[in-house]
Design a protein around this ligand. Structure first.
Ligand code: 2IT
Length: 445
């Protein structure tokens, strides 16, 4: 490794001890943009990388609420306002027991690059809580969301910071959060995306991350002269992202044969299509966080405590959470003939798995592959500002074009002399340039 690069990363590690996920995300970006950075003295002079890895602001707060038994509960709330060089902070809220500052810093950092790739005017941010929605009643969820917003409302706004959903935060939670924001501010504004259709939400937003991921995979295959027709796909997760990906993959002629939850995975060799896809929504809405009922309902195999990467498939798309596919999984997939791994989850693969897949087969990193979600959030903001409502076809066509553009950006910055594309490098440099230029133009702020 370049000695300057090593010294830079040593400094980052010293400053952020124990923040493993954050360090993993930074390392990946720094390694891949380093040569480009070194060729641009302007960036070095302005210390752009040093500034980019530091969040502009971190907000951390207490979230007290009362459960159904009348007992007081206390959670921790966060909003990491990472970078506002190209637009208001934008990114989801995650409610999950694993949420901590390191995780949200990694997500906010990635979001900055991802949002830049969409070409829409959105900065990067992320937030959430260690609140675990599993098994909570509707009233408990509402009380928690209201308490969370009682602090967050003073830090956000349609031109300041625009949150959305992520793991554990779907339409129901957005509704409760938005309702409390509106009451406290006495304003009806587009301060959230992923809103319900009745109060300013965009068509296609629930499907957007999954649809966008499949559009991106379609482009990756097309570059190699191939298509999704007849391909088998392993998906993990069973939430919004997996749902959208299953619909679009099936529509484009592929067959999705796995889904997973914290309890294990199901294997459906006939393909997860039609009413089986709708059943995913029921499973998710049950708030139990398990996929085993799918196996019971449709008479297919369930593998308790395992992940789907042991199955023979053409394409693997992690759709659940970070580091859910490791080097050994990648090895297994490749040995079984898998030709493409694409992250629909954020940093779904460990660094080792991502590097192996980049070298041996094709690998699409999350900040490019899953950018469709935030891209349609950006389109929701546009519709709210214009007081207009676009049709499904209009939103879908824009999403499709954005994913094609992101793919082109990855090829532009990531294509090697052999013709092969290093999508990690392409996405990182592509996302970096716009933010870096905006930061330089705006001076030392
Ligand atoms: O990781 C992501 O890009 C999201 N959770 C969506 C963020 C957004 O603002 O729509």
């Amino acid at each position: 490794m370049d000695t300057k690069l090593k010294a830079f990363m040593d400094g980052v590690r010293l400053k952020n001890p124990g923040e493993d996920e954050f360090l993993q995300a930074v390392q990946e970006v720094v390694e891949t943009v380093w040569d480009f950075y070194m060729e641009n003295p302007r960036y070095q002079k302005a210390k752009i990388l040093d500034r980019m890895i530091e969040p502009e602001r971190v907000i951390m707060f207490r979230v007290p609420w009362v459960d159904d038994k009348g007992e007081v509960q206390v959670n921790r709330g966060f909003r990491v306002e990472y970078n506002s060089a190209i637009g208001p902070y934008k990114g989801g809220l995650r409610f999950h027991s694993s949420v901590n500052l390191s995780g949200l810093k990694f997500l906010g950092f990635e979001q900055t690059f991802k949002n830049s790739l969409t070409s829409l005017p959105m900065g990067g941010g992320k937030g959430g809580s260690d609140f675990n929605p599993r098994g909570k009643s509707d009233m408990e969820i509402m009380r928690f969301c209201q308490s969370f917003m009682c602090e967050l409302f003073r830090h956000i706004g349609p031109n300041t910071d625009v949150p959305a959903g992520d793991i554990g935060v779907g339409g129901r939670e957005i509704g409760y959060l938005y309702g409390m924001y509106k009451k406290l501010r006495n304003e009806f504004t587009g301060v959230f995306t992923g809103k319900g259709r009745e109060y300013g939400g965009s068509l296609i937003r629930p499907e957007a991350t999954g649809y966008g991921a499949i559009y991106f995979v379609r482009e990756m295959l097309a570059l190699k002269g191939e298509s999704l027709k007849g391909k088998t796909i392993a998906l993990s997760g069973f939430g919004n992202v997996a749902w959208g990906a299953a619909i679009k993959a099936t529509e484009l002629g592929a067959k999705v044969i796995t889904l997973s939850g914290p309890d294990g995975y199901i294997y459906d060799p006939d393909g997860i299509s039609g009413e089986k896809i709708d059943y995913m929504i029921e499973l998710r809405a049950s708030n139990m966080d398990v996929v085993q009922p799918y196996a019971e309902k449709y008479g297919v195999q369930f593998f308790a405590g395992k992940r789907p990467w042991e199955q023979k498939v053409d394409i693997a798309i992690p759709c659940a959470i970070q580091n859910e596919l490791n080097e050994e999984d990648a090895r297994k997939l490749i040995a079984n003939g898998c030709q493409l791994i694409a992250e629909a989850s954020n940093m779904g693969c460990t660094a080792e798995a991502a590097n192996l897949a980049t070298k041996e087969i094709s690998f699409g990193p999350g900040k490019a592959v899953n950018a469709g979600g935030v891209a349609v959030s950006g389109l929701e903001m546009t519709q709210n500002s214009m007081r207009l409502d676009w049709t499904r076809e209009e939103v879908d066509a824009k999403l499709n074009q954005i994913m094609i553009n992101i793919h082109n950006t990855c090829v532009k910055f990531g294509q090697e002399p052999s013709g092969k594309v290093n999508y990690i490098k392409g996405a990182n440099i592509g996302g970096f340039v716009k933010v870096a230029e905006a930061m330089i133009a705006q001076g030392l702020v």
